[in-house]
Design a protein around this ligand. Structure first.
Ligand SMILES: *Cc1c(COP(=O)(O)O)cnc(C)c1O
Length: 394
């Protein structure tokens, strides 16, 4: 938007406006695959098409570009690249930055498929990876090799809620000339801006907080500089994991309430985290807003709030967790997160089932771990529901 000093909420509501002759205050849906040329241009590169304007929706589309511009402004980046899904975003980044025989250093407990695709598929092209506990920057430093081409951090990590110091990892990465990529899905741009802390690339599963209404799958990549933007955009359009105009329109609709949704859910999450910590059947609670969280101080410094995600373990382990998850009535048993409705899930068998049990235990995903994504319902109703389900544990 024109006023670069506008506040976050103003940007949410007013960024990415499209000039349109009818004065529509929402972004129109340009549901078209292709755009007409005024005339044939026969220049030095006669296949480059138009100088200005749109050519073909996989390469760019006004409805999608308006969303990319909005999110780039929220993340203080050079530009945004919208993708068909969060996995489309991470794979565009992997394909752009890694190559045959390249090495990746990453947070061990990242989103399951982000890790799985490296170990199962990129490994066939000779890509190697060190998945380490990035809460200790020394682990990252010691893992860097001459062929390391990318450092990937997810913070807070999924579902361990471990927090990584983005500034410290950025320093290490840049000393070695390696780009730092941050998966910011768990925080959203409202709670954390990794590019301001030194990261080079940030990405989101738009499916989660940014869209926020559990009705769209999507992703977005934001880079700090033009060169990486061009490199990753070129890869994305060639892979063809672009967003669709109608998908982009729905996200425009969802994103406008990002901050009020998170504010409301975050208040409830803090209440529920404290309530769980006091509950006699609960063994431990992982929530950055709790004093008991090992990186509580770092979270306060790096994030503008503690978020809406809670992981916890019951004293009765998996069996007790299963009783809880099978008996909630209001809370929904489902994967995904960051929507307006509260979801509960079992990481070991659901989101992280692709990782071996041995590795899961090593990185802190025990069989008994339960993950909650708090929504915007009345907090008393959520506590009542969790409470009645916990009472079923004998
Ligand atoms: C969901 C998720 C992804 C993948 O996004 P999709 O939109 O499901 O493809 C990546 N990272 C994190 C942290 C996620 O929660």
């Amino acid at each position: 938007m024109k006023n670069k000093n506008a506040g976050f909420n103003t940007k949410l509501v007013h960024s990415g406006k499209l000039e349109n002759s009818l004065g529509s205050i929402t972004v129109p849906i340009y549901q078209t695959s292709t755009f007409s040329f005024n005339n044939v241009q026969h220049g030095a590169d006669c296949f480059s098409g138009k100088d200005d304007g749109y050519i073909y929706t996989r390469l760019g589309n006004p409805t999608i570009n308006a969303l990319e511009e909005t999110i780039a402004e929220l993340e203080n980046g050079f530009g945004g690249i919208a993708t068909s899904s969060g996995m489309g975003a991470i794979n565009s980044i992997y394909m752009a930055l890694l190559g045959q025989g390249a090495h990746l250093v990453s947070t061990a407990s990242i989103y399951g498929p982000s890790r799985n695709v490296i170990e199962k598929h990129y490994s066939r092209f000779g890509v190697e990876a060190a998945f380490v506990n990035t809460t200790d920057p020394d682990n990252v430093k010691q893992s860097i090799k001459s062929n390391t081409r990318m450092i990937l951090v997810e913070t807070p990590a999924n579902p361990t809620m471990q927090i990584t110091d983005i500034r410290k990892i950025a320093e290490i990465a840049h000393k070695h000339g390696i780009p730092l990529v941050v998966d910011n899905t768990f925080s959203s741009p409202y709670l954390q801006n990794p590019l301001d802390l030194g990261a080079d690339v940030v990405f989101h599963s738009i499916t989660k907080f940014i869209n926020g209404h559990a009705d769209v799958v999507g992703g977005v990549i934001i880079t700090k500089e033009k060169d990486l933007y061009k490199q990753i955009r070129d890869m994305m359009v060639n892979i063809g994991c672009n967003m669709d105009p109608h998908q982009a329109y729905l996200v425009h609709r969802g994103i406008k309430t990002l901050s009020i949704r998170i504010e409301k859910a975050q208040k409830s999450a803090a209440k529920i985290a404290h309530w769980l910590e006091e509950h006699p059947l609960v063994k431990l609670v992982k929530y950055p807003g709790l004093r008991s969280h090992p990186q509580h101080e770092l979270a306060k410094k790096q994030m503008r709030g503690s978020g809406t995600m809670i992981s916890f373990e019951l004293k009765g382990g998996f069996d007790a967790g299963k009783v809880l998850m099978d008996n909630v009535e209001l809370v929904i048993l489902a994967v995904s997160l960051g929507g307006i409705e509260t979801l509960i899930e079992h990481p070991a068998s659901m989101t992280h089932s692709g990782i071996s049990r041995e590795e899961k235990l090593k990185i802190g995903i025990s069989d008994g771990l339960v993950r909650l994504s708090i929504g915007i319902e009345n907090v008393e109703d959520l506590i009542d529901d969790l409470s009645q389900a916990l009472d079923k544990i004998s």
